[in-house]
Design a protein around this ligand. Structure first.
Ligand SMILES: NC(=O)C1=CN([C@@H]2O[C@H](COP(=O)(O)OP(=O)(O)OC[C@H]3O[C@@H](n4cnc5c(N)ncnc54)[C@H](OP(=O)(O)O)[C@@H]3O)[C@@H](O)[C@H]2O)[C@@H](O)CC1
Ligand SMILES: Nc1ncnc2c1ncn2[C@@H]1O[C@H](COP(=O)(O)OP(=O)(O)O)[C@@H](O)[C@H]1O
Ligand SMILES: [K+]
Length: 496
């Protein structure tokens, strides 16, 4: 599912209008979609307060007000700004509303069952202040259920940021495609349940707009998903090495290794310092263990070119040892996580130079690790959204970046990006990131391209967390992948 920035959405509207669909027709359909969701939210006869802003978002509000009033709702409409300042389609729709128009500033919230927020949408141009901000704050303080038109007013559709203040909606209706601000925090938290309504925009406009951001759903990467072949064998599915830290820090690597095997890697080997070997050996069965005390040992192990993929970072320790190990494996498929990322604090260009020869590289930082890696890059850390930070970071690193969190962003150096919205809050638990690195590695080992492998891994990780449910500990994720795989394979028409 493509995500369109407000500017891109404006182009989609403009293309459609240029191809013969009048803007007023689009607005009628937009208002109808809002009225339908309002009707689902609140029964006939209930009291609806429609708050209209000075632009086309307000125009949608005028349409919804008319349709609801015509179907038995008791509707009041309040306008922010002067009626004679309305322009274009919004002015047309105001002309079709024959009820009273109250000034929004003093509008009463007494005896209201539902508020429709049609104040600002794609045209939000600056932080809310003055009367607009006071109104938004009053709506939130009222505690009334709110249905937002396009976006909760005050949320920036491109970034998900709160511009001064923002409506907290229980439902939102957007048009044609969601916007990044519906998925990025805090926007997602303000939007409530999202409906995406068709208003007659031909999807062919996407060929012109060429959107570069997507919601992370299987349709984005399933074409590349490595379904085991009937005539296949494990050597076709890649041999992955999980690089382990010392004896006192082995658990993270085992989570990674188990997740990689579960994700479908043909073989998985844990490479660990000799003192850690008995600990791993006592706790692993399907996963092999090899002694690797330093970077030179790792280079010797990797003389076997069948070891195509490495995950390095979980539990490996911060410092020169991790950096040296990376040098030894930098020409393979790579997942870089945790301590490995921190080992390149403020030194992203060295890391970028080292992994240049990797056929597919993914880095999986959380916000803190990202800030460390790009320490000294204010252009990247100060980019206007998490989406843009991840994109700029990926371009600088020359690798796919998975910037983790409740709204994980997956970004490729070429600008493609995906935002995941399927991770439940109980996924934020110790070791969950180690599992994610393993899933990503397992998909890379099977030959999936880096961006698709990263997006697939993040989605599978979120689904596994939902499958496991509240109370999840990281170990559970590995087992919870099985039913998720079963459903995914069924969807792909693969044998299950
Ligand atoms: N195009 C189409 O055909 C279709 C469009 N559709 C709908 O149109 C919406 C986009 O409409 P839009 O572009 O008119 O922008 P909108 O969100 O109403 O805001 C602009 C107004 O707000 C004002 N304003 C901005 N920031 C402000 C602030 N901080 N504080 C105070 N004022 C501020 C700004 O004033 P100005 O910046 O000019 O001073 C201007 O007056 C879109 O979200 C969807 O709902 C659908 O009907 C489908 C068909
Ligand atoms: N609030 C949240 N809701 C959903 N998922 C989250 C949330 N916070 C973090 N996560 C996810 O939990 C995982 C935590 O990984 P990480 O921070 O590396 O922890 P660890 O190092 O303990 O494994 C990541 O996949 C991240 O996207
Ligand atoms: K709105």
């Amino acid at each position: 599912m493509e995500l369109l920035t407000p500017d891109e959405m404006g182009r989609a509207d403009a293309f459609t209008i240029a191809n013969g669909v009048p803007g007023a027709v689009l607005m009628e359909r937009a208002g109808l979609a809002v009225a339908r969701v309002a009707a689902q939210a609140s029964g006939v006869g209930s009291r609806v307060l429609v708050l209209c802003g000075p632009g086309n978002n307000g125009g949608d509000g005028f349409v919804a007000a008319r349709l609801l009033a015509g179907t038995g709702y008791r509707v009041r409409l309040a306008l922010l700004g002067a009626r004679d300042k309305l322009r274009g389609d919004a002015a047309i729709m105001a002309g079709r509303w024959d009820g009273p128009v109250e000034p929004a500033a003093g509008a009463s919230f007494e005896d209201v069952d539902l508020v429709v927020d049609a104040l600002f949408g794609a045209g939000l141009a600056r932080d809310l202040d003055g009367e607009a901000r006071a109104l938004v704050e009053r709506v939130n303080e009222s505690g009334l259920p709110v249905l937002a038109v396009d976006l909760p007013s005050g949320i920036d559709g491109a970034t998900g940021a709160v511009r001064g203040a923002a409506i907290r909606a229980r439902w939102s209706v957007t048009f044609f495609r969601p916007k990044p601000g519906h998925l990025l925090l805090p926007g997602r938290l303000h939007g409530g349940a999202l409906t995406v309504a068709e208003i007659g925009i031909n999807p062919a406009v996407l060929d012109e707009i060429k959107p570069r951001a997507f919601e992370d759903v299987p349709a984005l990467w399933e074409r590349h998903f490595p379904v085991p072949r009937t005539d296949g064998h494990k050597y076709m599915r890649g041999h992955l090495v999980a690089v382990s830290g010392p004896a006192q820090a082995t658990g993270a690597t085992r989570l990674t290794a188990r997740a990689a095997l579960r994700a479908g890697a043909g073989l998985v080997t844990v490479a660990c310092p000799a003192p850690a070997l008995p600990i791993h050996a006592a706790n692993l069965s399907a996963i092999m263990v090899r002694p690797v005390d330093d970077a030179a040992d790792l280079a010797r192990l990797l003389a076997d070119r069948r070891l195509t993929t490495l995950v390095i970072g979980p539990g490996v320790g911060v410092g020169q040892g991790a950096r040296d190990r990376l040098v030894a494996c930098a020409d393979r498929r790579l997942v870089l996580d945790a301590d490995l990322i921190t080992s390149f604090k403020g030194d992203v260009d060295t890391l970028a130079g080292l992994i240049k020869g990797s056929p597919a590289a993914i880095a999986t930082p959380h916000d803190g690790e990202f800030a460390r890696l790009f320490d000294g890059c204010p252009d990247i850390l100060g980019a206007p959204s998490k989406l843009e930070r991840a994109r700029a970071g990926a371009a600088r690193l020359g690798a796919v970046i998975v910037l983790k969190g409740p709204d994980t962003v997956i970004a490729a150096p070429d600008g493609r990006a995906a935002i995941a919205a399927n991770a439940p809050p109980w996924l934020a638990t110790a070791g969950a990131g180690d599992v994610l690195a393993g899933i990503a590695g397992g998909l890379l080992a099977q030959g999936m391209p880096a961006f698709e492998a990263a997006a697939g891994a993040v989605w599978l990780h979120g689904e596994a967390a939902q499958e496991a449910g509240p109370g999840l500990v990281a170990d559970d994720l590995v087992d919870a992948l099985r039913p998720v795989y079963r459903r995914l394979f069924a969807r792909l028409g693969a044998p299950v």
